[in-house]
Design a protein around this ligand. Structure first.
Ligand SMILES: [Zn+2]
Length: 92
């Protein structure tokens, strides 16, 4: 069965990668306000995630995510695709 796998970001890797102060500014957004987090807010958030025992964060919207291993996969319904194709060929 085919499936979609979303990207994930390694929390420790992000902190390692963005050691320079200010480099995490705007990387994360507050999901309620849509406003980008400051560098310090982003760092606090990542350390909070580590404190919860998380290792990775979802990059795309993902509703089947494991904070240890990442996206657990989303099956693609093959029937839906063939249905769409049929409709496309019929429109003459
Ligand atoms: Zn996913």
């Amino acid at each position: 069965m085919s499936q979609t796998i979303h990207m994930h970001a390694d929390i420790r890797g992000m902190l390692d990668h963005h050691r320079r102060k200010g480099s995490l500014k705007g990387v994360f957004k507050n999901t309620e306000t849509g406003i980008g987090l400051s560098d310090q807010e982003a760092r606090d958030y990542l350390y909070d995630c580590l404190a919860k025992g998380w290792r990775v964060l979802p990059v795309d919207g993902c509703d089947n995510f494991d904070y240890q291993t990442g996206c657990k996969g989303h099956p693609i319904d093959a029937d839906d695709n063939s249905e769409n194709k049929k409709e496309a060929t019929n429109s003459t």
